[in-house]
Design a protein around this ligand. Structure first.
Ligand code: 2GW
Ligand code: MN
Length: 297
């Protein structure tokens, strides 16, 4: 994608200037020690960002898996994505499912497409979740690389509730897990058994990232998902499965391949965590799910 190689020229724009002596947020960390921005409401100007990404004519791929009963989540997911996800930009929804006939028809705005990708089902739910890494990596190489600049990979048991736009895009990004953004390192639920490929020693790691929202350029997502899938295959051969499955492997990956941008928990919130003062927007919300009824069919 040649449009990504050069800075684009912007038109005349009117906005209040950034103020060096007045940081936009003083209540939260907005930059990691490796200079990756942490995206919070109030820290960015979406007018500038939208101009930049529109002028590059960027297309964003959103991957989502709806295997077995999880197809029930698709309708609300897609309807709310049409309201809030990458509004004004080109979007391809890539829906991986074993039930293509049950994918709901949702009215799409211009420049937005649904692509249904039929995949097999796996008997164990842990396997369904984990195999996402394998499928995303295979499809990145075969298809996504020709169709989109960035991939955003999310859980389906969610709804969009506020804007999720191009401010999230970067070479490689992860999202702070809503349960651990304020936690100490030793309470992160990394895989702690050295026998697993997802092992993270107790004195390493920056943040605990959510398995349900990551992305980046197609090349970076290809690398991430390939490495995570390979690590899960080594674990399987050794008769071990990481404590939080794909999420554990994602967290291991991000210890050593640092994300270039980090999304605050605004981007993956769960109302079971309450409504802390620092949280100005709840952009993407976990849906309450009846675990017994929806799972293990
Ligand atoms: C079925 C039974 C139990 C658990 C999951 C499933 C299931 C998951 C399914 O029948 N069909 C299906 O399509 N999935 C996909 O896997 C779907 O996209 C779903 O959002 C994703 C992860 O499963 P989920 O959302 O039920 O698990 P969470 O919300 O507890 O996920 C966190 O932990 C997972 C690993 O245990 C992943 O890392 C996930 O990304 C995390 O958000
Ligand atoms: Mn989920």
């Amino acid at each position: 994608f040649l449009e990504d190689l050069l800075q684009v020229k912007l038109p005349r724009m009117i906005y209040t200037k950034p103020q060096i002596l007045k940081p936009s947020r003083s209540d939260v960390l907005t930059m990691t020690p490796w200079f990756a921005p942490i995206v919070w409401e109030g820290t960015y100007n979406s007018e500038i960002l939208n101009e930049q990404f529109r002028r590059r004519n960027v297309t964003v791929g959103l991957t989502v898996f709806a295997i077995k009963k999880y197809v029930v989540f698709l309708k609300k997911f897609l309807e709310t994505a049409e309201m809030y996800f990458m509004v004004g930009h080109r979007v391809n929804y890539y829906i991986f499912t074993d039930r293509p006939e049950e994918v709901p028809k949702v009215a799409l705005k211009e420049g937005r497409n649904v692509v249904v990708l039929q995949v097999q089902n796996y008997p164990r739910w842990q396997e369904i979740s984990m195999r996402r890494m394998e499928l995303i990596s295979n499809f990145s190489q075969q298809r996504f690389i020709n169709e989109v600049s960035y991939l955003v990979c999310v859980d389906v048991d969610m709804r969009f509730n506020d804007q999720v736009g191009v401010e999230i895009l970067s070479n490689l990004f992860g999202t702070l897990h809503p349960g651990f953004y304020a936690a100490e390192r030793q309470s992160f639920t990394y895989e702690r058994r050295p026998a697993s490929q997802a092992y993270v020693p107790s004195d390493e790691g920056d943040f605990y990232y959510a398995g349900g929202f990551f992305g980046g350029t197609v090349m970076e997502v290809y690398m991430l998902t390939k490495k995570c899938h390979e690590a899960m295959m080594v674990d399987k051969a050794n008769g071990i499965e990481a404590i939080w499955h794909d999420e554990s492997h994602l967290n291991k990956y991000f210890v050593y391949y640092k994300p270039t941008k980090i999304l605050s928990p605004e981007y993956l919130w769960d109302d079971n965590m309450g409504r802390p003062e620092i949280l100005k927007k709840r952009r993407f919300l976990a849906l309450p799910k009846n675990h017994a009824a929806i799972r293990n069919k």
